[in-house]
Each structure stands twice: as structure tokens, then as C-alpha cells.
Design a binder for this molecule. Structure first.
Ligand SMILES: Nc1nc2c(ncn2[C@@H]2O[C@H](COP(=O)(O)OP(=O)(O)OP(=O)(O)O)[C@@H](O)[C@H]2O)c(=O)[nH]1
Ligand SMILES: [Zn+2]
Length: 376
């Protein structure tokens, strides 16, 4: 975690004078909180300003800041190389809060990454033992699942496990409701595959369900899902007036959605932001605790087994086996759980030490640049 004592500058005086100058919290609509503001005080003292990464390319990022003159949000381009790392998981990512130095020429500089409250991390497509951060500091992971064809429940379970693992609250939106007559059956199926997760039915086409969806999302929402699930369309629908800007930006830089790996962060009309992620083909899990949350009813059953180390295969008094036998636990659900667990264990056995180290590092704030400025 961020250690305020690492800085020799007392933060309290600057915090109160800062609050007096600016009545409302800058970037509150982008998720900035009083708590973050307090953590940031020593960095502010060093002349840095807070910003949120809206888009990250190689060594560069678009950073949303509150304009020092007007307090209005605006986007500046900045050099992220000072906080770059050989570890993919540690690199700046859309949604990260950063300390920005506006004084550097010709580009502003990202001098520090603030510790992440949550992070959606999947196993990198290429290297088996590496994680890839899809979005940081997310409150709600919105999983888009298209109703245009029968949902692949195994894939939904995977997304849900990934979402729980991030530390954020998962939420499922069944999209393109206008294409089916009765979504309720499917909704119930999906709900059974995602205990503890609200499953909504929406159509970006007709606008059905969007108000409920707006009411269910947190201050930072990341949208994940398969390619073609309707994420971009939903982003546009939720972002409302920002839609045109989004499209224009894409036209101008000529970057196809499928070829770019950058995420983008959009402000929502009622406050809060949405992070759109590119369509995910494979979502390998990176880490394990999310799995037990995604299969909470199996974990619960397991607690009732006669033996603590029950493998739920042939032991007497196995609550999981009896639930399978009387049909309260569907076979499909158990198979899916075992499959993901095997996959997870396999990854874990190769990456345990590395995972632990990555995680530890993730929480460590790299403030060298800022500290140098504070302690000349
Ligand atoms: N009928 C209908 N079609 C929709 C709706 N939402 C999206 N679509 C269509 O579904 C297709 C895919 O939508 P996108 O929003 O591009 O899906 P995506 O998830 O962003 O896809 P990627 O960019 O590949 O990740 C497009 O042809 C959309 O027009 C909807 O609510 N109703
Ligand atoms: Zn058992």
C-alpha cells in the first residue's frame, strides 16, 4: 500500500488549503475520492497533479486531469516510460490513477502510479505465466453476453470468476434482447451459472433495460465480453452524448477495434466512467480465489462433506456427490468447476512464486521520481 510516511512532507496543511481553493473534489466524476486525495497530498506538495489513464499505448498515455486553471476535466498526452516495468502486470493500464508532472517538455510525464484498489487480470494470451491487466480501479465488472445465440454458460462462468478475482462486483448484461422473444428463460439459466451476480436483460437498439443497468453500475465500470457481444454499442448507449466523440476519435486514428489492444475510458453523463475492453477470445484465469466465488454453492456444499479433505469423487458422506445425485447441483456446473480448477491449478503450479511476487509488487507504489523531487 501507499506509505505516506515515505514522504518527508507533512500532508495535512496542503490538504486543507487545497480543499479551500477547490470547493468540490476535482475529477470526482472520474472516480477520484477524498481518500485518494489525502494519499496524494505529498505528491501534490511536490508539484504533481492527479490524473487517470484513459488510454495507454507503448510508452504513452492519454491522461484525464482537472485543468489546473479551470478545474474542468481535460485530456493530456503523457510519457509513461518512467513508470514502465519489465513485468506486464505492473505496467500502467487504463483506469490507473497516476501522478503527473505537467512541467516536463515536450511531453507531460507520468511520475508515479498510485496503488490499485482492484485490477482485472487475465492470463496473457501468449506467455502462459504472465498476467495482463485489462483495467484497474474498477468497481463493477460488466459482463456482456449476447442473446443472439444460446449463451455459452462455461464461458460466462469463466468471465464471472475473472470478475470476482479482480476484487470488483460482477454484473451480467444479456445484450441484444430485441432479437429474442422471451429472454427470461435464458436469464434464469445464466443466473444459476452466476450465484450472487445480478443478471439484466438489455437492448442497446431499443434502449430496454438501460435505466436499470445505469442504476446498477458503480462509479467505475469495466465492460468485458466476447467479440461481438455488443460492448461497443452498449458503451455508446451508456455514454450518450459522448458517442460521436468516440466514433470520431476512432476514425481519425484509423485504428481498427480488433487490431488495437488499448482500452478506453469514457465519462458517463450521470458521473462515473466506463472502460471498454477489446473483445476477449480466451480468458485464462490468473489466480484462484475468484473461482470459489463463482462457484459459491459448490464451496458451500463442500463444507458439509463428512471429510474435510473430501475430493468429492467417491468418499462416503460427500454433500457434493449427493447434490449431483438428487439433481440440485447440475452435472454441467460441476464439470465446469472442475475444468476451471484444473486449469487454474496447472497455471498456479507454474506461476505460484511469480504470482505472489507480482501481486506484492502491484500494490507497491513506484514513486521514485516524485520522491527525488521531494527530497532534493
Ligand atoms: N439487434 C441488436 N444488435 C445489436 C445490439 N447491440 C449490438 N448489436 C450488434 O451486434 C454487433 C456487434 O456489436 P459491437 O457493439 O460491435 O460488439 P463488441 O462486443 O463491441 O465487439 P468487439 O468490438 O469485436 O469486441 C453489431 O453489428 C451491432 O450492431 C442490440 O441491442 N440489438
Ligand atoms: Zn465431498
Amino acid at each position: 500500500m501507499f506509505d505516506a510516511h515515505a514522504f518527508s512532507v507533512s500532508s495535512l496543511s496542503s490538504l486543507s488549503s487545497f480543499s479551500a481553493d477547490v470547493p468540490s473534489l476535482p475529477l470526482a466524476d472520474y472516480g477520484w475520492t477524498a481518500e485518494l486525495d489525502e494519499l496524494f497530498a505529498p505528491l501534490a506538495e511536490a508539484g504533481l497533479i492527479p490524473g487517470r489513464l484513459a488510454r495507454v499505448d507503448r510508452g504513452r498515455a492519454d491522461v484525464v486531469i482537472a485543468d489546473p486553471e479551470t478545474g474542468e476535466p481535460r485530456t493530456v498526452r503523457a510519457d509513461t516510460r518512467p513508470v514502465g516495468s519489465a513485468e506486464t502486470i505492473e505496467n500502467p493500464c487504463t483506469g490507473d490513477w497516476v501522478a503527473l508532472d505537467l512541467a516536463t517538455e515536450p511531453l507531460a510525464t507520468v511520475s508515479a502510479l498510485l496503488p490499485r484498489a482492484t485490477a482485472i487480470i487475465r492470463k496473457s494470451a501468449g506467455k502462459a505465466s504472465e498476467g495482463q491487466v485489462l483495467a484497474a480501479n474498477v468497481d463493477t465488472v460488466l459482463i456482456a453476453v449476447s442473446l443472439a445465440s444460446d449463451p455459452d454458460l462455461g464461458r460466462v462462468e469463466r468471465f464471472v470468476a475473472l470478475a470476482w478475482e479482480s476484487g470488483a462486483q460482477p454484473l451480467i448484461a444479456l445484450t441484444k434482447a430485441d432479437l429474442v422473444d422471451d429472454a427470461e428463460f435464458i436469464r434464469e439459466d445464466v443466473e444459476r451459472a452466476a450465484p450472487g451476480v445480478t443478471v439484466l436483460v438489455v437492448s442497446a437498439e431499443t434502449g430496454d433495460g438501460l435505466d436499470v443497468l445505469r442504476a446498477c453500475i458503480g462509479s467505475t465500470t469495466a465492460l468485458i465480453g466476447q467479440s461481438g457481444a455488443g460492448k461497443s454499442t452498449l458503451t455508446n448507449a451508456l455514454a450518450g452524448a459522448e458517442v460521436m466523440v468516440v466514433q470520431q476519435t476512432r476514425d481519425v486514428d484509423q485504428k481498427g477495434r480488433h487490431t488495437t489492444t488499448t482500452r478506453e475510458l469514457f465519462p458517463l453523463p450521470g458521473g462515473g466512467v466506463l472502460i471498454d475492453t477489446p473483445g476477449l477470445r480466451g480468458v485464462g484465469l490468473y489466480g484462484g480465489e475468484g473461482l470459489d466465488q463463482a462457484f459459491a454453492e459448490i464451496a458451500e456444499l463442500a463444507e458439509q462433506c463428512r471429510f474435510d479433505d473430501c475430493s468429492h469423487r467417491s468418499e462416503p458422506g460427500c454433500a457434493v456427490q449427493s447434490a449431483l445425485a438428487d439433481g440440485t447441483l447440475p452435472e454441467r456446473r460441476m464439470d465446469s468447476y472442475l475444468k476451471l480448477q484444473r486449469e487454474n491449478e496447472w497455471i498456479a503450479s507454474r506461476t505460484d512464486a511469480r504470482l505472489a511476487a507480482d501481486r506484492a509488487r502491484l500494490w507497491k507504489m513506484r514513486t521514485k521520481g516524485a520522491r527525488d523531487r521531494i527530497r532534493p
